[in-house]
Write a protein that binds this ligand. Structure first.
Ligand code: XMP
Length: 512
């Protein structure tokens, strides 16, 4: 992986759990640059470790007894740098250092009180009892011989430990907001790491501009713009770097929400990024014909998108492609063999290996909240910075099963009604996303005197801070009824509207 940023930082070793990104973000919030590496490739781990000032061993599914991560943990310990094991990482450290890990006498999930026995370096300045967030079946039952036990809970006799003033483990999740003093625990550990606290993403604009300038040289570049905050920030950085040699390209895949294309073009033009418009709706529709599997849809959209973009770049004579890929996209699309692929994100997952354009991704090391800081520095309007995300494959993943022209028309209209009503109720700003899905179900209804048989639309509105978890929004009843009434009366093909009340997990935000 080519690095464009070089500050020594903390490496988070990911064993396939859900928390690695959150840990890296919290560390960055404390001013230290942090990256993630999957534990499955020892070569990649070795290379990454050479750049680390400190290492976090993060969570993982399953038990440390079934895992084959001992070698990775041993490599990390051999470095002689500060180490922090969290949850599974804590148990792994205990196991490889000779402690005992086994089924906890009391598996703990959710808020749990921890009792401090010895503050050590890690818990310095904290009260003797506080609430933390737990999620574990196994526990460290007996510490390694040289370890000092710092804390315990009813289900974790060794809830925190310290070895040689350098290696630490905590059973709880300090990175989760529900854990009291989580920030202080990470901060205490970071003071030991001693990496410079210089990570201030909002101040990095000129550095990023310079690096794009160097990368592209005198060549021409296209920027794939979608109207989202990531691609707009990436394009603006590139525009500052190479001026008129940047050609923003907007591909209309025909899968955008109602009015989106016009809104986006107006906004981009206002920002000096007037795009070349490519109308490829027919091409996408043809390629998606009969494709029902959600992951296959993403791959098809990704493939056709890349083909259309390549053609546009060739017409322009561009050698480079500027993309708004951000850090979770880089890590999530296949770079984590330990974890299940939950959804392929088309902007990375679908790009063909033999793409004839050289990629420029100024934001590939940034998290979304960091991109928003850059966006603020660039003076982007608030409505763009906080705009609800539209998935790259657009409405294709909001029609269950194969899409047709009719289904697209229906979901687009239903979606517009949901937006209009939620916005009119003044609730838009409080929600992460709100949209309509055309389900694959059919149901019976009655219109006038006759029975009808038609589509079922699901309304989804969620609150979330980062899309990793989400809860259904408690929309007022009158609003839901109003939405249902409008959808069924304005779209005669729809006979029933349901509201999705599931959280993520176990659901995802999108239906596909
Ligand atoms: P899920 O459905 O996985 O979605 O809970 C999490 C967030 O990601 C968005 N999403 C996508 N974005 N391409 C994208 O660019 C995709 O294929 C894709 N699938 C889901 C989703 O809208 C939500 O904000």
């Amino acid at each position: 992986m080519a690095r464009t940023l070089d500050s020594p930082g903390v490496l988070v070793v990911d064993f396939g759990g859900q928390y690695a990104h959150l840990i890296a973000r919290r560390i960055r919030e404390l001013g230290v640059y942090s990256e993630i590496v999957a534990a499955t490739s020892l070569d990649a781990l070795g290379e990454a470790l050479s750049r680390a000032a400190g290492v976090v061993l993060s969570g993982g599914p399953g038990s440390v007894w079934e895992s084959r991560h001992d070698e990775a943990a041993a490599m990390v310990l051999q470095l002689g740098k500060p180490v922090l094991g969290i949850c599974y990482g804590h148990q792994l450290l205990a196991k490889v250092l000779g402690g005992e890990v086994g089924r906890s006498p009391l598996p703990e999930f959710g808020p749990t009180e921890v009792e401090v026995l010895d503050h050590g370096i890690l818990l310095n300045g904290l009260p003797s009892r506080f609430k933390v967030w737990m999620s574990h079946y196994d526990a460290v039952l007996r510490p390694p011989r040289e370890a000092k036990v710092l804390a315990r809970t009813p289900g974790s006799p060794v809830a925190a430990m310290e070895l040689w003033g350098r290696v630490f483990g905590v059973q709880w999740h300090p990175e989760v907001r529900h854990s009291q003093y989580g920030r202080e625990v990470l901060d205490n550990w970071l003071s030991l790491v001693g990496a410079p606290r210089t990570w201030r993403p909002g101040d990095m604009l000129s550095e990023l501009v310079e690096s794009v300038k160097k990368e592209v040289g005198d060549a021409l570049a296209v920027a794939a713009v979608s109207g989202g905050v990531d691609s707009t920030v990436a394009a603006l950085i590139a525009k500052k770097a190479i001026g008129g040699r940047l050609h923003p390209v907007f591909i209309d895949h025909g899968l955008h929400p109602e009015g989106e294309v016009e809104r986006v073009v107006k906004l981009l033009s206002r920002l000096g990024l007037e795009p070349v418009m490519v109308d490829a709706g027919e091409e996408f529709l043809a390629a998606l014909e009969g494709v029902g599997d959600p992951e296959e849809k993403r791959r098809v959209v990704g493939r056709v998108y890349a083909e259309v973009l390549e053609r546009a770049a060739r017409d322009i004579g561009a050698e480079y492609l500027v993309q708004g890929t951000i850090y979770p996209d880089v890590i999530e699309s296949g770079a984590r063999p330990g974890a299940d692929t939950i959804k392929t994100h088309h902007n990375v997952g679908g790009l063909p290996k033999d793409l004839r354009l050289k990629l420029v991704e100024p934001l590939r090391y940034f998290y979304k909240d960091e991109v928003r800081l850059l966006a603020e520095k660039l003076g982007l309007p608030r409505e763009l910075i906080w705009k609800q995300p539209v998935p790259g494959p657009g409405l294709a993943v909001r029609v269950e099963g194969p899409i047709t022209r009719e289904k697209l028309r229906i979901v687009r209209r239903a979606d517009a009604i949901v937006r209009e009503e939620v916005d009119a109720a003044g609730l838009g700003g409080k929600l992460w996303q709100y949209f309509a899905v055309l389900t694959a179900s059919m149901a019976t209804g009655v219109r006038g005197d006759s029975r009808s048989y038609g589509y079922v639309v699901a309304v989804r509105a969620v609150e979330s801070v980062d899309a990793m978890t989400a809860k259904p929004a408690e929309l007022p009843w009158w609003l839901l009824e109003r939405i249902a009434r409008r959808i069924t009366s304005e779209i005669p093909e729809v006979v029933r509207v349901v509201y999705d009340i599931t959280s993520k997990p176990p659901s995802t935000i999108e239906w596909e």
